[in-house]
Design a protein around this ligand. Structure first.
Ligand code: NI
Length: 258
């Protein structure tokens, strides 16, 4: 069984197709999905999906793209949602200097504020970092004390991965690991200890090879896991079991049947 640790099946690209998406995931032995919020509206939709589907868990948070829309009362709402039984994390939060959709100083304030929410609610965080490795590490080190979580769709160096793991973080890989030119990423995916490794799709984005260019979906987390298993010269079943156990441990999700 596999666990997609990061998906956005509430996205409009999936408009009302969630029944099929979840069914196709199950047909591919993807028995768990964390649906990750990116704004207040999608966080609310994540919560709704987690109530509707037994396999779906929710993360709630404000993405750096939407940081400029964040209001003071939003943090209170995030904390309220975090008390719901199937809300397992605050995310995705962080910095995005590639698109710069929100001013960088605003991204930083909203990131730090949500690290505080996570600390107060005792929830792990799901971190988005695009072209902002240095500032992400700086903020996590100085403002993230007592908070653990995952660096989603990791794109940093091995040194950065090691530093994060020292801080108790997990490292998650998605579709880009399957791209031919991701040489460095493939190396890092072999170096991360198995007990710190997660797999994800970030669907509908970052579709793995050979479906690149098409819409991504949680069923394809199998392709990501297959590639990492191939790189590490191990069984898919074993990698699937370990990464699913990691998700359950980090996000405190009880095993199936409990
Ligand atoms: Ni995402």
């Amino acid at each position: 069984m596999l666990f997609d640790s990061h998906a956005h099946i509430d996205d409009e690209k999936f408009a009302m197709e969630q029944d099929n998406i979840v069914a196709r995931a199950l047909a591919n032995e993807v028995t768990g999905i964390i649906n990750v919020g990116a704004c207040m509206e999608s966080s609310r939709r994540s919560l709704e999906l987690s109530r509707k589907y037994p396999q779906v868990y929710a993360a709630v948070g404000i993405h750096p793209h939407d940081a400029k829309e964040a209001k003071r009362k939003d943090y209170e709402q995030l904390a309220l949602w975090a008390a719901e039984p199937k809300v397992v994390a605050i995310g995705e939060i962080g910095l995005d200097y590639y698109y710069d959709f929100s001013p960088r100083d605003v991204q930083e304030v909203v990131f730090v504020r949500q690290l505080e929410v996570a600390r107060q609610c005792n929830k792990p965080v799901i971190i988005h970092d695009r072209d902002a490795h240095q500032d992400t590490m700086h903020i996590l080190k100085h403002e993230g004390k007592g908070v653990c979580g995952v660096l989603h769709c990791f794109s940093g160096s091995l040194e950065m991965a090691k530093e994060l793991m020292k801080m108790g973080f997990y490292i998650s890989f998605g579709g880009p690991i399957t791209f031919k030119n991701s040489v460095k990423l493939k190396e890092i995916a072999c170096q991360v200890p198995l007990d710190r490794l997660l797999v994800e799709t970030d669907s509908p984005y970052l579709t793995p090879h050979p479906y690149r260019g098409k819409r991504n979906e949680p069923a394809y987390v199998r392709i990501v896991a297959e590639e990492i298993a191939r790189l590490r010269n191990m069984d898919l079943t074993e990698l699937a079991r370990i990464t699913s156990d990691n998700v359950r441990k980090l996000f405190r999700i009880p095993p199936v049947g409990n």
